[in-house]
Design a protein around this ligand. Structure first.
Ligand code: URA
Length: 210
């Protein structure tokens, strides 16, 4: 297992991922499954959030009860497929703040170029989770996380659904301190940058644009 990578092997995640991989799974099922898996990934990625206690009154008695400490988390969606993970994560973190980053691949340099970037203003006090379903070459994940780090957030984690070993190596070389959470590490990338066996184009399958 590469360093700083967490594979979420929970049976529910693995079962839902298999359904997502099948080529005949409909857009509607693919979308629901991605949201469901994202809730489970969100559960794991938030496992170490700090708590404080708050004095409350139940109908029976007073007690000191745990609540999340600090400012609201920021979920950063890498457009456009990141929005599929964002939708699921917002179901378990309904008050999270949301950032968006848009990148396209320059045809000549093959490097990601930013076309959109919008974040909450006060990142210095906030934990950030950057989400993008497919960590393939790793180039867009590196670019997205590098851009977010320029705004000096309190912490950054990266969540994807599938990762290629090549992409994980590229990501880890650039950002060894940023933990990656994924449902699976697949075999390899093919010659056109798709994850094998993967699930195809996540954005097309999520939005029905094929
Ligand atoms: N992006 C996708 O949507 N699928 C892949 O397999 C690789 C990158």
């Amino acid at each position: 297992m590469p360093a700083n990578v967490h594979v979420i092997s929970h049976p529910l995640v693995q079962h839902k991922l298999t359904l997502m991989r099948k080529k005949d799974t409909s857009t509607s099922s693919f979308r629901s499954l991605l949201a469901e898996i994202s809730m489970l990934l969100g559960y794991e990625v938030t496992r170490d959030l700090p708590l404080v206690t708050e004095r409350i009154e139940t109908p029976i008695a007073e007690m000191d009860s745990p609540v999340l400490d600090g400012k609201k988390i920021v979920i950063v969606s890498v457009l456009r497929a990141g929005n599929g993970i964002l939708d699921g994560m917002l179901r378990i973190l309904p008050s999270a703040r949301v950032g968006h980053i848009g990148l396209y691949r320059d045809h000549e340099t093959l490097q990601p170029v930013e076309y959109y970037y919008r974040m909450p203003g006060d990142l210095a006090d906030r934990d950030v989770i950057v989400v993008d379903p497919m960590l393939a070459t790793g180039n867009s994940a590196v670019a997205a996380v590098s851009r977010v780090l320029q705004d000096k957030p309190k912490s950054v984690k990266f969540v994807c659904l599938l990762a290629a070993p090549e992409g994980l190596a590229v990501f880890h070389a650039a950002h060894p301190e940023v933990p990656v959470f994924t449902a699976a590490i697949d075999q390899k990338l093919n010659e056109i940058g798709y994850i094998v066996p993967g699930l195809g184009d996540a954005g097309d399958r999520l939005f029905g644009t094929k």
